[in-house]
Design a protein around this ligand. Structure first.
Ligand code: ATP
Length: 409
């Protein structure tokens, strides 16, 4: 059977992945076999998410009616039902659902009724609390198909420490990254000298290590020194796979969906108040603005080097009419020039225009020239892919250390 759960936490606490880790232990206690724990991130632009729009699914052997009872009881025990925006959903199916619903939930928006009708047609056991919105994520999680997959080991705090400052040895995090990157990523941000994998929110997570496989994340995890911790759960995930990206075209982008969009830079990048950098690009005479926000730190240095005529591929979510950049490919570089009146070869003085199309002349010696001086500005920017640093990376964004970006066909 597959068990899906979503929407159990609130900004004040809890985390659906922790609830899943507790559920897995309760199922094992009842002699069920938990074959896989899956952490699925969905459309990162849904407004009602608490943090990272995560849902979970477990592949379990055992009695499905009993598992449904235990899953519902675990949600009642642990979820923050007092929060207005917490609307849990639990789903138990006998097998995989059509992955179309997962693809829609990770790239687009779904309705609660759509999830309910899929569950009813599949004869699934399901329960939604309050407005039942969690059924969307729970259904998407059990419908998920991970063509590309990564791993995360989540280490949780003991309940008495929840809400207190976390103690994780900084040096051990940097050492773990050094010895396992690029097979693990986003433990720390070495360029910006920031720890990334330890949250600051009051939830039960102590830290999480992301990487290519269970073996790599465990290798990093074993090097990390911390306060005495509670349970740990290894998840298979769609994090770092670009599962949210669709092919896009200027003029055909929908709000709050995420795209890979080709274009030619038309406007010089400008740094706005707050340090946000923006430029415009164009494709087929349609213009769109691209944004590199302040938290993207050094990525903005790359964006500031773009000039009109550069051919790029912009990757990010389309929000309020702008593409919020996660990555960019500089496909080809324009050769910008400065055109000036030529220098007089006799006097070494700059000539003046003789009128439109009539060349230039030297005021001093009356010398003439038909050609202006053309200076080609040299570029330090190189073609290739560039990405935001780990501190600004979205859960779903595929780090370049994993290879070329992917988008749904
Ligand atoms: P949690 O740890 O509780 O899962 P979260 O940050 O992942 O926290 P949720 O609290 O789960 O966010 O809130 C996200 C809500 O949005 C859930 O109810 C989920 O069912 C719903 N949802 C997820 N993806 C979509 C989508 N594509 N369209 C509509 N609703 C969605």
């Amino acid at each position: 059977m597959l068990i899906g759960i979503d929407d159990t936490d609130s900004p004040q606490g809890m985390c659906t992945t922790y609830l899943g880790a507790v559920l897995a232990r309760r199922l094992i206690h009842e002699h069920m076999q938990v074959k896989e724990a899956r952490l699925v991130r969905l459309n990162p632009n849904v407004t009602w998410k608490t943090r990272g729009n995560a849902a979970i699914a477990f592949n379990v052997d055992g009695d499905a009616d009993r598992a449904f009872e235990i899953a519902c009881a675990t949600v009642e025990d642990l979820s923050d039902l007092s929060c207005a925006n917490t609307n849990p959903g639990v789903v138990v199916t006998d097998g995989q659902l059509d992955p179309a619903f997962y693809y829609k939930a990770v790239t687009n928006f779904c309705e609660i009724d759509e999830a309910v009708s899929i569950l009813t047609d599949a004869g699934a056991r399901y329960r939604g609390w309050k407005n039942r919105r969690g059924l969307i994520g729970a259904t998407a999680a059990v419908a998920s198909e991970l063509k590309d997959r990564t791993s995360e080991i989540l280490v949780y705090r003991t309940p008495e420490r929840w809400g207190t400052p976390r103690e994780v040895d900084r040096d051990s995090l940097f050492a773990a990254e050094l010895s396992t990157f690029p097979h693990t990523w986003d433990t720390v941000d070495t360029i910006n000298d920031v720890v990334v994998c330890v949250p600051h929110t009051p939830d039960p997570v102590l830290f999480g290590i992301r990487g290519e496989s269970p073996a790599w994340v465990m290798m990093a995890r074993q090097q990390i020194l911390s306060e005495p911790h509670g349970i740990e759960q290894l998840y298979v995930t769609n994090q770092g796979t670009d599962a949210h990206l669709l092919p896009g075209k200027c003029g055909h982008l929908f709000e709050r969906l995420s795209y890979v969009v080709p274009g030619v830079v038309t406007g010089k990048p400008a740094t706005k108040e707050g340090g946000h950098v923006s430029f415009t690009m164009n494709d087929d005479d349609v213009e769109v603005r691209c944004m590199a926000y302040e938290p993207t730190k050094n990525f903005r240095h790359i964006i500031r080097q773009l000039v009109p005529g550069d051919v790029v591929i912009a990757v990010g979510s389309f929000k309020k009419g702008s593409i919020n950049l996660e990555k960019i490919r500089v496909v080809s570089l324009a050769r910008p020039t400065i055109i000036r009146p030529p220098l007089c070869t006799a006097c070494n003085k700059r000539m003046t225009s003789n009128g439109k199309g009539k060349g230039w002349k030297c005021k001093k010696c009356d010398g003439r020239s038909e050609e202006p001086e053309i200076e080609v500005i040299s570029r330090t920017l190189k073609t290739g892919w560039y990405e935001v640093p780990p501190t600004a990376r979205r859960h779903l964004a595929k780090p370049l250390c994993r290879g070329e970006p992917y988008f749904q066909p």
